[in-house]
Ligand binder design. Structure first.
Ligand code: FAD
Ligand code: HEM
Length: 395
């Protein structure tokens, strides 16, 4: 809990500090990467840095945390902290690195706000920072304990399937031949690759299945063609990684996990490559004979672009009470609809728990339609395939 004195100062300065956070985090990252270039090369996602999305996520989360502390001093914004901690844990962030972020963040705050940062103001915001940092450190420690500690493990690619022109699935087994921990359907791994310029870049990929005992699979869409530079890691995995190669993976993390107990009607909605966690969830439900109603919703450019389509259909066919609704922008076959996903005519049972994954506009539309159909906002779970700019606004 924030001390009373700091709470008053944070309340008074939140508009100024919060308003300057965008500029502050820009300077913070610039200063930190100048002092520690290895962090940009080998830890942070340099695509997100170039696009500016990670800055926005960091600033938004600190402002949201401070706002939450003032409004609800006795609770923590657990959903937001959990999302960040899972991401950090998958990246192997160490507690001592919080001091590095602290040093550069507070230097940037002082630089941007100048004399407004009196010792009292600095002390109050330091308290906010360390409350947040220590909460994250504690959750990350617990997550690592559950997963046998942080660290990268080498996995050999034992299968490679071109799902569509743009999506490839990689099937992997631990190179050391050791046992594999279970993952919860919906979780992702961090994948670390060494690129042509020597940088070690990390990205997250949702597990799209466990095709055989001791195996894991993820499916990667090649990011290109939208007028921005080609995606570095997806491009590398597509162009260079073949059966027999070895990749470094984290254990599985992520808080968009399927809660199949107690049984309830489920709705799994995806668009594009957002299909990956939904396929793992559907496989799990099919393997465990889930008998409550399951509604599968998916939208894609065309049937040919619909990655894991066969898995989608095979798993759904094994369920006793499943309905599949598909939308394609073009070439929709009989039984599918043309255009974007639209739940207007889709029956949604009372008590439905929904899981969404896909581009933000898709998730926004589906979420609004579900709420309009009586689904409780707390029962709508989602995953964003990038820094989550939604989270701080919702928590
Ligand atoms: C939890 C989670 C799960 C995920 N699961 C999957 C999955 O199952 N399958 C999957 O395919 N992906 C998944 N992703 C996305 C994945 O992690 C990567 O973000 C994706 O593969 C793109 O990485 P990249 O290195 O290829 O692209 P990057 O090089 O990181 O580029 C990302 C974007 O930034 C743009 N960009 C780069 N430089 C600039 C610049 N200078 N200016 C403007 N824009 C720029 C690029 O054009 C591109 O659009 C997931 C992400 C998360 C967070
Ligand atoms: C209180 C301190 C911190 C806060 C508030 C914070 C906040 C965040 C947030 C909001 C995200 C985006 C999560 C998402 O939606 O995916 C994130 C990701 C990340 N954080 Fe932190 N973080 C903190 C400390 C650290 C530290 C100490 C490090 C290591 C030096 C670190 C490294 C990263 C990296 C590498 C990512 C992923 C970047 C990307 O994918 O672009 N963070 N953090």
């Amino acid at each position: 809990m924030l001390s009373e004195q700091s709470a008053a100062t944070v309340r008074a300065t939140l508009p100024a500090v919060g308003g300057a956070l965008g500029e502050t985090t820009e300077r913070f990252y610039a200063g930190m990467f100048e002092a520690r270039p290895e962090l940009l090369r080998d830890l942070f996602n340099r695509g997100n840095q170039a696009a500016g999305t990670q800055r926005e996520a960091l600033a938004g989360s600190i402002a949201a945390f401070a706002t939450h502390l003032l409004a609800h001093p006795d609770t923590r914004p657990d959903a937001m902290l959990g999302r960040i901690a899972h991401k950090h844990a998958s990246l192997g962030i160490a507690p001592e690195q919080y001091a590095i972020v602290h040093e550069h963040l507070f230097a940037a705050i002082a630089e941007v706000l100048g004399e407004a940062v009196t010792p009292e103001v600095a002390a109050a915001w330091e308290e906010v920072y360390w409350l947040m940092a220590n909460a994250l450190i504690a959750i990350e420690k617990r997550l690592h304990e559950e997963q046998g500690g942080p660290g990268w493990r080498k996995w050999e690619v034992v299968g490679r399937v071109a799902e569509t022109a743009d999506v490839v699935s990689l099937r992997l087994r631990p190179a050391d031949g050791g046992p594999v921990r279970d993952f919860r359907p919906g979780q992702y791994v961090s994948v670390r690759v060494t690129l042509g310029d020597g940088a070690r870049q990390i990205r997250q990929y949702s597990l799209s299945g466990a095709p055989g005992p001791g195996e894991r699979q993820f499916s990667v869409k090649r990011v290109h063609d939208d007028g921005t530079p080609e995606g570095e890691v997806s491009g590398h995995l597509h162009a260079r990684v073949r059966v027999g190669d070895v990749l470094e993976l984290s254990e599985a993390y992520g808080d968009l996990v399927l809660e199949a107990e107690p049984a309830a009607p489920l709705l799994l909605a995806s668009a594009g490559i957002g299909v990956t966690p939904m396929t793992a969830m559907l496989a799990h439900l099919a393997d465990h004979g889930y008998d409550a109603p399951v509604t599968v919703v998916h939208g894609d450019r065309s049937p040919a672009d619909h990655a894991l389509r066969a898995d989608h259909e095979t798993h759904a066919a094994k369920l006793p009470d499943a309905a599949v609704h598909l939308w394609y922008e073009q070439d929709a076959p009989a039984g599918a609809s043309t255009g974007y996903v639209d739940l207007t005519g889709v029956p949604v049972a009372a008590g439905t728990r929904a899981y969404l994954c896909g581009p933000l506009p898709f998730m926004r539309t589906v979420r609004e339609q579900l709420i309009g159909k009586g689904v409780a906002p707390a029962d709508i779970h989602y995953e964003v395939f990038g820094p989550d700019l939604w989270l701080a606004k919702q928590d």
